[in-house]
Write a protein that binds this ligand. Sequence first.
Ligand code: FPP
Length: 224
Amino acid sequence: MNKPKHIAIIMDGNGRWAQKQGLKRIKGHEAGAEVVRSITEYCAKNDEINRLTLYAFSTENWKRPRLEVEFLMKLLEKYLKKELPTYLKNGIRFEAIGDIRAFSSNLQKTILHVEEATKKGDALVQSLALNYGSHNEIVRAFNKLKTKENITEEMLYNALDCKEDVDILIRTGGDKRLSNFLLWQAAYAELFFLNTLWPDFSAKELEKIIHKFKKIERRFGGLK
Ligand code: FPP
């Protein structure tokens, strides 16, 4: 049976969730952060899941209104500081993927501090994609290689921020696209597109997806 070792999620629908209830979009992001916590804890307790990669801020999200971007930055910093004890208690290693050099120096320091403090966690890697876009990741990987040799798939993979194939890729919020997320790593991922808005997503819904995933016949381009 398939093991859901690496789960990746495009957490879409926060703004619509808030607007549906007459709230400001930022309230949807706050509610979304609570779901990040509960899904992370669920994954840490599930022995089959090693890595959870969450798309928290894309290289394209800078195009949003300045106040929303600022709110997301503050929410992220607050979340990381508040979650540190939970990470440590549950054996969660936090890591950021993406080009965090674009963030304020305080936020960068918090990210590096939480990465360092949790580096011994062995129950789960919670990887937050921050100022992340696959195109940007692949270009940075090529630039890191700086070699005249022919580049192999393995060399390129090792230079990417995320070095692990995705098993399950989920997108909430009703759209069916990958939005520049883990394009290389999701080459053989099983894709699940849900109408659920991210703040309504739950561990129960994730469990159902894992159940379906286990029954899929994955051939990776070969024959049965
Ligand atoms: C997409 O919803 C969501 C984002 C761009 C940000 C994701 C952020 C969170 C889930 C909360 C903060 C995360 C952490 C780790 C603290 P949207 O705003 O595009 O929703 P819409 O499509 O309904 O407008």
